[in-house]
Ligand binder design. Structure first.
Ligand code: ACO
Length: 429
């Protein structure tokens, strides 16, 4: 099937590409060479930059599937590493394959002792995301055997995938301990991925740490819910960096940087800070909703709205129930959770939010769960990093294995000055 584009007296046929879920795209690969035109799509809302087999997302109907499996089924029945295997390798693993995969990942949990010096060089108050950006890229100096920076062999690449999955939770735990001046806990490979992560974060030499089974289950679920979300800002960044043949560590570090922003992964921290602000200022929800609607006020309802979900975020539905269970477990009911529920209800009844299809996203609730488990606000986005890592890796590998993949290089519409006569500095006023 072809589409026709008419521009002045010119007209060209453009092929229509159809995905497996029947979604259609116009292939504009020949647009500039035949018409001289480019497309302009600020924020890329209408632009597909890849064909991908990893995740199907239908924002209108609230559908999210990885490699064909519904997120609801995966969150209910799988472990995080099982879903990581699925997105990276394409199929659900057998028990034997999963055991082997887990063993290889856990074998790489230990970090070169010299990475501690990298942590040491940073001020105590450094945000965990800054530490993760820096130390992830530092791993390439320790674990990339190639003589040409970025040009790893196939074997190196496979090992680097296991290394990243194994070491990232250790880096996150180190970031947590550093800020508190606490000794780093070594990984314990007798434990599973999530148990080991929790013990590395919360274990101190003076007190034996036993993780709460409900918290373990909640972290497992939250990590699964964050595994992949097709070509969002951070994943596109990872693919874009990798398209230049930069190595996996550098590409993932770029993804972490992109995720840190408050409009993306940083929103989970921003939601908690917003709820705390509303609570501390007397809980006047109506006033904050009015502020969010006021175009002269920069205040937004954090955790509300999504570029692709225009009905509901299926992950938020699961997280909301999880949040209720976790907070019920707490001796005292958390006033911020009640406030969050009330805020959600009032916003959903407001015509401003209804007309713009603004619904709570996953970040609206995830921070409350992390808080209840004892994580500090600045750790929330770092937890998102652990969850999103398999998705970033899967996309990077898919892009690098695609024989049609090229270096990403968008064009622009120039709106600056036309040619000006140069004036030497002595003659400038
Ligand atoms: N509060 C108030 N108004 C909002 C909000 C919000 N949270 N989100 C969107 N709007 C308004 C916009 O001002 C705009 O109004 P207008 O049409 O009158 O100009 C309209 O809704 C459409 O919003 P856009 O900004 O065009 O939507 P976009 O797709 O570009 O942005 C985003 C999506 C960044 C998620 C936005 O909704 C937002 O900033 N939300 C808060 C931050 C957040 O929760 N981010 C996490 C996203 S999920 C994730 O990355 C894990």
């Amino acid at each position: 099937m072809n589409g026709k584009l008419t521009f002045g007296d010119k007209s060209i046929d453009l092929p229509i590409i159809e995905g497996t879920e029947k979604e259609k795209a116009i292939d504009i690969g020949k647009l500039r060479s035949t018409t001289g035109l480019i497309t302009l799509d600020s924020g890329y809302s209408n632009t597909g930059s890849a064909k991908s087999k990893i995740t199907y997302l239908n924002g209108e109907e609230g559908i999210l599937r990885h490699r064909g499996y519904r997120i609801e089924d995966l969150a209910l029945n799988c472990t995080f590493l099982e879903v990581a295997y699925l997105v990276i390798f394409g199929d659900l693993p057998s028990k034997e394959k999963l055991d082997n995969f887990s063993e290889r990942v856990m074998r790489h949990a230990l970090i070169d002792e010299r990475i501690k010096d990298v942590f040491k060089a940073f001020p105590l108050a450094t945000h965990p995301m800054a530490l993760l950006e820096a130390t992830t890229v530092a791993l390439s100096a320790f674990y990339s055997s190639s003589e040409v920076y970025g040009k790893d062999t196939k074997d190196d690449l496979e090992r680097n995938i296991f290394r990243l999955l194994g070491k990232l939770p250790s880096l996150v735990a180190y970031s947590y301990k550093k800020k508190r001046g606490l000794p780093y806990a070594y990984p314990n490979t007798d434990l599973n991925y999530v148990e080991n992560f929790l013990q590395m974060v919360f274990n101190v030499p003076t007190r034996k740490y036993n993780s709460n089974p409900l918290f373990r289950e909640a972290i497992e679920k939250l990590l699964i819910l964050h595994v992949d979300h097709e070509l969002n800002c951070s994943t596109s960044t990872v693919r874009m960096i990798g398209s230049s043949e930069a190595n996996l560590y550098s590409s993932i570090s770029g993804g972490i940087s992109a995720l840190s922003g408050a409009l993306h992964g940083g929103a989970n921290q921003a939601v908690l800070e917003m709820l705390e602000q509303i609570y501390q200022q007397g809980g006047n929800i109506k006033m904050f909703i009015e502020r969010a609607k006021d175009k002269n006020d920069s205040f937004k309802l954090m955790g509300f709205g999504h570029r692709v979900y225009k009905n509901f975020d299926p992950r938020a539905v699961i997280v909301k129930d999880l949040c209720r269970t976790i907070l019920k477990e707490q001796a005292e009911n958390n006033p911020l959770f009640d406030l969050a529920l009330e805020l959600e209800e009032q916003a959903l009844q407001d015509s401003y939010f209804q007309e713009r299809k603004l619904y709570p996203n996953i970040d609206f609730y995830s921070g409350l769960i992390y808080k209840a488990m004892g994580f500090s606000n600045d750790m929330f986005t770092a937890l998102f990093v652990v969850g999103r890592l398999p998705g970033w890796i899967a996309h990077w590998v898919e892009m690098r294995n695609d024989p049609h993949s090229r270096i990403d290089r968008p064009r622009q519409v120039y709106t600056g000055a036309t040619e000006r006569k140069f004036t030497p500095i002595k003659e400038r006023s």
